[in-house]
Write a protein of this length. Sequence first.
Length: 271
Amino acid sequence: MTDPLHTDLLDLAQEAARRAGALLRDGRPADLAVAATKSSPIDVVTEMDIAAEKLITGLIAERRPDDGVLGEEGAATEGTSGIRWVIDPLDGTVNYLYGLPTWAVSIAAEQDGETVVGVVTAPMRGETFHAVLGGGAWATGAWDGERRLACRPAPPLDQALVSTGFNYVAEVRAHQAGVAQRLIPLLRDIRRGGSAAVDLCDLAAGRLDGYYERGLHPWDLAAGDLIAREAGALTGGRPGEGPSGDLAVAATPGVFEPLQRLLEDFGAWHD
């Protein structure tokens, strides 16, 4: 039976994600990607990002004033309840800037340091993913009702479709490109979606066999990592470690260990 507290946290996360997603979807100027000055579209995206985070944190403060918060746009309060919210109000900002559909609102709730609820909504794809610790991973979308998610049966590594992301620091990105160049001949192919949260949910939904990235923050990972694990994926970082800024790896069982081993051998976690 689901913990009533977790049910309440899930309901709040879903409402906050839905409202923030609608704000971002409906508030995006149609000509954002072709604004006249270079700084203008970036400024608009930043304003939308901050507005979405304020909406989420305001709703949490209203409903659960004793909870802590960690948000990408600077929200950081300790709280006294043992619950902390980890929020990425707009994951996939470049996609959002260009009008690509792969961006999301990601909200997770931790209880005493463990993620117990995760919600990721991708408004332009019409999909929302959610999980409660121990309760499986679920999604709503173009289909009727909620669908329980399960990652794909593991293929041989050379038939695995793996997604990744690249840092915006040129030197780091160049190193990551070198790692990807070495990986590509050993896999079916590599994808670059542009949103860590969506990639992790696509892994949970059986649309990918694996995912890895260096340089992620807790708000990039928290909700998607739980959703992927509840769908049967394995997640971690370097061998024997959890996912971190050094390296995050997630994959269907059977792909996870060989992929993680290759990433370690190729030095994916350092320059």
